[in-house]
Design a protein around this ligand. Structure first.
Ligand SMILES: Cc1ncc(C[n+]2csc(CCOP(=O)(O)OP(=O)(O)O)c2C)c(N)n1
Ligand SMILES: [Mg+2]
Length: 630
């Protein structure tokens, strides 16, 4: 195409015309990088991006209900697509824009690509302050969109239309980079969006971004093989990178050949099927006794695609072998270098293939393998036990999780993000395929569940999507039920009502704070009731089932486990987003299986319960380690 031929477009039209021609390719498979654009219009984007989307309907516009939610939908979509496809999100200026900041943080923390296009204040400034503008006495070169800087992997403000010629390629470089992934924000002043420029036509030609599978340094690879051969009790920690890289098959071969057991992080659960004899399940604070016992004595930890969050490492207390050392296989040097590891900076799939050749003939000793397999089997019986608790009068969360797991189709996707569910699901969910367990636990953001569920269903319309959501999260963000009905993407929402925060209630009690501020009840004698008040509280007149019905969902209210099982069967044939509502017990908990999470306790207090909790905490705190390499 002739570089000199130009096309006169507004800046907003140029952005959409560019985005719709961006493709990615990995392993020879090509697909458009953007599935379309979510948006909510206001004066900050209607005449710019709004007009451009109207003019180019082939780049599909999706009307969302809440800007934060639409970024969650985009991130969940990208996660389901293993980061090979995502959405753009357009907002107005001001509150519409800042509503996206939480979504941006979530995407960046989880290393998921989303392109955010918030409207911005006038570049020409003469009419300032425009409605919703934050003014500053010391500069005119600032707006609320500067809040996106720390939560974006790339940030730019487009104050002249031709700037997109250099900005959009940078945006795509970051969004398609396996290592630099996250939110990209292009702040678009509302006047500049509508201004025309003669863009070179070549800018809009079809462009394919190759997603590389980088290989690590050969020396590091050989050293890794030597470390593995020297190890007596190695452990693999499988993180989200295994799944994004589509390295689950090679991981299974690697494990089969070497006999190294696998513990899974929140993002990595599903890396290996739950019933693989060397899958010792969830690791860390919300881990299984199987993974946590193996971790405690491991002399070599091979982290694959993990950030080593505090949940994974039990706040750095999980690995107690004084000789423990780490090999970290990661696309990003940052994560690969954690714990002063031997860094294998590369793609999980190709690196595991090369590593497997280098460790040919190596296998862990038979008794170590047998120990891991025994722990796997013992853990499986524990899950079975919890699935079969039949608690009354209100059912327990564990048995409800079991019912969803057993009654959902083998290829279904379950999504969750915050509350007591993630910890229980991490332990109990039997993951049958790599996308089966979609947990947003980088940001653990209440409100992700339903919005994320929508993004997942859009990415995998042929699969059933089960949204597991607590009453607190549901109250915080249920708006995308409406969008799911508008777009005919059916979600199965399992709404577990325990009158407030079961998770933070339990945390509060563990800190000696008696559940203060964690129940949904009226104040008691003018104060916040603690557990000490017991049943002597007035519950709130909230009807979440009616709320869901009012948004257009098909709602099934359950009282018992039997009702719940029946509802799970019924929702398989409903024609639209369906909500299964059930109250469940607030106090029956899934035990802690030798994991720990460092939440500091008040150092001084007038409450003896807090003093006792502080003493317990101090003993655990002493288990935390620095890993200083070998
Ligand atoms: C946006 C946001 N605000 C606050 C928190 C802290 N937090 C974590 S879990 C939780 C309570 C969740 O309540 P609910 O959804 O009912 O789940 P439950 O704990 O009852 O299982 C809170 C407040 C959070 N994770 N996200
Ligand atoms: Mg709750």
């Amino acid at each position: 195409m002739n570089e000199q031929v130009t096309k006169r477009l507004t800046m907003a039209q140029a952005i959409i015309a560019f985005l719709k021609n961006q493709y990615v390719e990995r392993d020879g498979k090509e697909q458009p990088f953007f599935a379309g654009c979510f948006g909510i219009f206001g004066h900050g984007n209607i005449a710019g991006i709004g007009q451009a989307l109207q003019q180019m309907p082939e780049f599909r516009y999706y009307q969302a209900r809440n800007e934060q939610a639409m970024v969650h939908s985009a991130a969940a979509y990208a996660k389901t697509k293993n980061r090979l496809q995502t959405f753009a999100c357009t907002s107005s200026v001001g509150p519409g824009a800042t509503n996206m900041v939480t979504g941006a943080a979530l995407a960046t923390i989880n290393r998921l690509p989303v392109l955010l296009l918030p409207g911005d204040i006038f570049a020409r400034r003469n009419v300032a302050p425009v409605l919703q503008q934050l003014e500053s006495e010391h500069t005119q070169d600032i707006s609320v969109n500067d809040c996106f800087k720390p939560v974006s992997r790339y940030w730019d403000r487009i104050s002249r239309p031709e700037q997109v010629l250099t900005s959009l390629p940078e945006a795509l470089r970051v969004l398609t980079s396996p290592a630099e992934n996250g939110a990209v924000t292009l702040a678009l002043p509302e006047d500049v969006q509508t201004e025309a420029y003669d863009y070179p036509e070549a800018f809009f030609r079809r462009r394919v971004w190759h997603i590389p599978r980088n290989r690590p340094d050969r020396h590091a690879l050989e050293q890794s093989a030597a470390w593995i051969r020297a190890s007596k009790q190695p452990l693999i920690v499988a993180g989200g990178g295994v799944i994004y890289s589509e390295a689950t098959d090679i991981l299974r071969r690697f494990v089969g050949q070497t006999g190294i057991p696998v513990g899974e992080t929140m993002a990595g659960k599903g890396s290996l099927r739950y019933d693989h004899p060397l899958n010792i399940g969830a690791i860390g604070a919300t881990g299984t006794f199987a993974a946590n016992r193996i971790a405690k004595d491991a002399d070599l930890i091979i982290g694959i695609g993990t950030r080593y969050s505090d949940f994974t490492t039990s706040s750095k207390s999980a690995f107690q072998n004084p000789a423990a050392r780490f090999i970290n296989l990661n696309v990003g040097a940052f994560d690969a270098s954690k714990h002063l590891a031997l860094p294998l900076v590369g793609d999980a799939q190709v690196t595991l293939e090369e590593l497997l050749e280098l460790v040919a003939g190596y296998s862990v000793e038979a008794n170590y393998r047998a120990q891991a397999e025994r722990l796997h089997a013992e853990w499986d019986s524990e899950v079975e036990r919890i699935y079969n608790v039949r608690h009354t009068p209100l059912p327990s969360q564990g048995e409800l999780i079991g019912a969803v797991n057993e009654l959902s189709a083998p290829d279904a996707i379950m999504v969750c993000a915050a509350g007591s569910l993630p910890g229980d699901l991490h332990k109990l969910w039997r993951a049958r395929h790599p996308e089966n367990y979609h947990m947003e636990y980088g940001y653990s953001c209440m409100g992700y569940e339903i919005a994320g569920g929508l993004g997942i269903k859009m990415a995998a319309p042929g699969r059933d999507v089960y949204v597991m959501v607590g009453d607190g999260s549901y109250l915080m963000m249920n708006s995308e039920i409406v969008t799911s009905i508008q777009e005919n993407y059916k979600l199965i929402i399992v709404l577990l009502d325990n009158s407030g925060f079961k998770s933070i209630g339990a945390l509060s009690r563990s800190l000696g704070q008696e559940g203060f501020g964690t129940r949904y009840v009226y104040p008691h004698n003018g104060r916040w009731p603690t557990d000490a008040v017991g049943a002597d509280v007035q519950t709130l007149p909230v009807d979440l089932a009616a709320n869901a019905r009012s948004l257009g969902a098909h709602v099934i209210e359950c009282k018992t486990y039997a009702d719940f099982v029946a509802a799970l069967k019924t929702v398989q044939t409903t024609d639209r987003t369906s909500v299964i509502y059930i109250q469940n017990d607030r106090y029956v908990a899934i035990p802690n299986y030798e994991g720990w999470w460092d939440v500091p306790v008040a150092e001084v207090s007038e409450m003896s319960s807090v003093q006792a909790a502080r003493a317990e905490w101090a003993a655990m705190r002493a288990q935390e380690r620095y890993f200083l390499g070998q």
